[in-house]
Design a protein around this ligand. Structure first.
Ligand SMILES: Cc1cc2nc3c(=O)[nH]c(=O)nc-3n(C[C@H](O)[C@H](O)[C@H](O)COP(=O)(O)O)c2cc1C
Length: 180
């Protein structure tokens, strides 16, 4: 295997669900914004709108609305029973699009995750927050973030300094085959 800074970031990334409270630096934030901006998209249509949310009051308010919606005891929605909404990360990036651009959103999200890994940050992708943002109860939050109410939440990314070092999760190796 070829190991360089890029492959090390890809191979070293694991989902992090425990974060230190310190906020990421402005330089790190700018790096992640660039990683999002430079993500490829179909026909360069750039359908994704991203909000890097660092407002603790808004995050807590969203979490309460999320829990009120899905229930306060909902292990099915997450592997973490503490704060499944944004895992108490100091920064939560939310990706929205006008339509169902999940492919573009996923590619952008992974760009952010790998760039974050490369600059010493941990991430957790969060699909479950769609239960709030894609319900009528989420419209007010979208509007507060300058996102039109009918835009679709594609994925979120918790971002911060890791406060845990998870083991790499097993992979089903024969999912990938080479045919010659
Ligand atoms: C599309 C997608 C949605 C996910 N949604 C959540 C989520 O809502 N909450 C969560 O804690 N983890 C979520 N994850 C993280 C996965 O659980 C994690 O990537 C998977 O268990 C593999 O572990 P790894 O990232 O450490 O390799 C999501 C991952 C993906 C790709």
């Amino acid at each position: 295997m070829i190991l360089n800074e890029v492959t090390k970031a890809i191979f070293g990334r694991q989902t992090v669900r425990e974060y230190k409270p310190e906020q990421i630096s402005g330089e790190q934030l700018q790096t992640l914004i660039n990683a999002a901006l430079l993500a490829p998209s179909g026909r360069n249509s750039q359908p994704c709108h991203v909000r890097f949310l660092q407002n603790a009051d808004m995050l807590r308010g969203m979490q309460i609305d999320f829990k009120n919606l899905v229930g306060w005891d909902t292990p099915v929605h997450t592997r973490s029973d503490k704060n499944p909404f944004y895992h108490n990360a100091p920064t939560f990036a939310l990706i929205f699009a006008e339509g169902q651009s999940h492919m573009d959103g996923g590619i952008m999200a992974e760009n952010i995750c790998i760039a974050a890994q490369g600059i010493g940050l941990g991430t957790c992708l969060v699909g479950s927050a769609g239960a709030l943002f894609n319900a009528p109860e989420g419209v007010k939050w979208k509007l507060k973030m300058n996102i039109p109410g009918d835009y679709v939440y594609l994925i979120g990314i918790c971002i911060g300094y890791p406060d845990e070092k998870p083991e790499q999760k097993p992979r089903i190796e024969d999912r990938i085959q080479v045919i010659r």
